[in-house]
Design a binder for this molecule. Sequence first.
Ligand code: FE2
Ligand code: FE2
Length: 154
Amino acid sequence: MDKEQLISKLNWFYSLELNQVDLYIAQSRTFEGTYIGQAFERIAYIEQQHVDNIAEKIKEMGGIPTKTGDVISPIIGSIAGKLISFSGLKNTLKANILIEHKAMKDYKDLIEAIKLENQDQELLKILQNNHVDEDLHTAWFSEKLNELQPEKGL
Ligand SMILES: [Fe+2]
Ligand SMILES: [Fe+2]
């Protein structure tokens, strides 16, 4: 993978993470005054750290952090169509889990590629740390969803 390809991949994550910050802040407002609302706010803060660490890396590589528009809608589009209303806590959690799964898959792919090519070890660590955070978010969203629908599970 050459530098331009890597910067372009990092810009995809930059866009995804920015979209997640906006989404989770909006959700924290929707559920304001509840523990879940506090958790969404905290998770948004962690996504902002991902935005920042990726932006820093893009700049370090000589690139410009560039937002490529809405990357969330295509990810949740597959379930959004099936849901009558895209509001409510259950649907919010389901959408979040889909987005986090997509983030994890893409982080995993890039981590593997960088490992194979033995590229930038500092970047590798950033991506691995972000990947772990997404895994923790997914676990928390899943647990809350299970609490709301214990009979169905996930
Ligand atoms: Fe993230
Ligand atoms: Fe996340």
